[in-house]
Ligand binder design. Structure first.
Ligand code: ZN
Length: 139
């Protein structure tokens, strides 16, 4: 078995910025030399998460609107008293979405559906530098 670890770094805008990282991940998988196994993606940060979605503008709006209904920004958060950074909603949203994603790798291909993209979601209330760790394990 072989293990290849890489990272993707980029700038994100915050406020539910949804970034499609599928092509970058596919390229890293191709370069890894691993044909069959799993890839784990992990977001190092407590105000962002990772999932899959059909990257279609109206669906992206539906997704953003869902967070406003489920975990609104303009309600009191205890966390905002701790640091005064005003991003209590960002942390709660990130924890609900989750910080990692695992995808089976079969015959050098990610087993994603045709209309399924890998997306990083930044919930923070300001732009940030971001890093996603990719770990590909297999043979
Ligand atoms: Zn905070």
């Amino acid at each position: 078995m072989k293990i290849v670890t890489k990272d993707i770094t980029f700038q994100s805008k915050g406020n539910c910025d949804i970034i499609d990282i599928t092509s970058q991940v596919a390229q890293d998988v191709a370069e890894s030399g691993i044909s069959n196994g799993t890839i784990t993606l992990f977001v190092g940060g407590s105000t962002a998460g990772i999932t899959t979605i059909e990257y279609e503008p109206r669906l992206l709006n539906d997704f953003k609107n869902m967070w406003d209904r489920l975990i609104p920004q303009n309600i009191p958060y205890e966390h905002n008293k701790t640091w005064g950074d005003g991003n209590g909603h960002s942390h709660v949203r990130a924890s609900v979405l989750g910080a990692s994603l695992t995808i089976p790798l079969v015959n050098k291909k990610l087993t994603l559906g045709t209309w399924q993209q890998i997306v990083f979601v930044d919930f923070d209330n300001r732009p940030r530098s971001r890093k996603i760790i990719l770990q590909i394990m297999g043979e």
